[in-house]
Ligand binder design. Structure first.
Ligand code: DGL
Length: 262
């Protein structure tokens, strides 16, 4: 009882997992990373829909979710309606935080940093039309930033020079004062991104969805049979990084397993 499954292609879902864990400490959490099919952000919609449904079928069979959080903007913006049609448990999606960003900007100019797939999605455009019609939105799609976040959790350093090719389009738009981190991997690089702009004398507010998602999970009132929830991490293929394995143990994961996807 009290099982929240938090699913992403890679380690980005940990940013959502941490927020859920903080706000709902009694719930059991299962963090699922589809590392076998990582990355999602460069795949076609059809390929992704097929993969995501197969992963969620395996999750439904093996993890008995009370709630599933699709902790991936790339997956949520393509698959939420079809997942909700197939599965009976509540599904919480993570989509670009355009609305809060539009509320925070003072200049009316924001950047949207996401995967190449997410920036192209009709769902993303719909959020912009609905919540930011009077705001200038610079869209940047980067799968390199996803790789850098994965590398950081495997022990690599991410330097200013790594970020230049990705963030320099924002250098040319000095009025941008808010960046939407519309990929769950990107908050893992919040310090590096903040440092990049400080070094250029700019103060930029980073907005992501993690706390709002955790509040949504808390509002679902899932009952728990325990005072402190267990945390399990599940990968769709064997984890090949000791640094990441040790990082997961430090975060409080007491069980790390492999999930077969048919
Ligand atoms: N973390 C995922 C997201 O929020 C994408 C990472 C990937 O490209 O696999 O969009």
């Amino acid at each position: 009882m009290g099982n929240v499954v938090i699913y992403d292609s890679g380690v980005g879902g940990l940013t959502i997992w941490e927020a859920v864990r903080r706000q709902c400490p009694t719930l059991h959490t299962v963090f699922v990373s589809d590392n076998q099919a990582f990355p999602y952000g460069t795949k076609s919609d059809g390929e992704l829909l097929d993969r995501i449904h197969r992963v969620v079928r395996s999750i439904a069979q093996s993890c008995a979710p009370d709630v599933l959080v699709v902790a991936c903007n790339t997956a949520s913006t393509v698959a939420l309606p079809s997942l909700r049609a197939e599965f009976d448990f509540p599904i919480v999606g993570v989509v670009p935080a355009i609305k809060p960003a539009a509320a925070v900007t003072k200049t009316g100019k924001i950047a949207l940093l996401a995967t190449p797939a997410t920036v192209q999605r009709a769902y993303t455009q719909q959020l912009i039309t609905e919540f930011a019609h009077n705001i200038d939105v610079l869209k940047i799609g980067s799968s390199r930033l996803v790789e850098l976040a994965e590398a950081k959790l495997r022990g690599a350093k991410v330097s200013d020079a790594d970020l230049v090719p990705i963030l320099s389009p924002i250098d040319n738009h000095s009025e941008i004062d808010v960046i939407v981190l519309a990929c769950t991997h990107f908050p893992l690089l919040a310090d590096e991104i903040t440092r990049y702009f400080h070094a250029r004398d700019r103060s930029i507010t980073l907005v992501d969805s993690a706390d709002a998602i955790a509040r949504r999970v808390a509002s679902l009132d899932v009952s728990s049979d325990s005072e402190i929830g267990q945390a399990m991490a599940v990968f769709t293929q064997q984890l090949n990084s000791d640094a990441l394995r040790n990082g997961l143990i430090d975060l409080g994961f007491n069980d790390i397993k492999v999930l077969d996807v048919d």
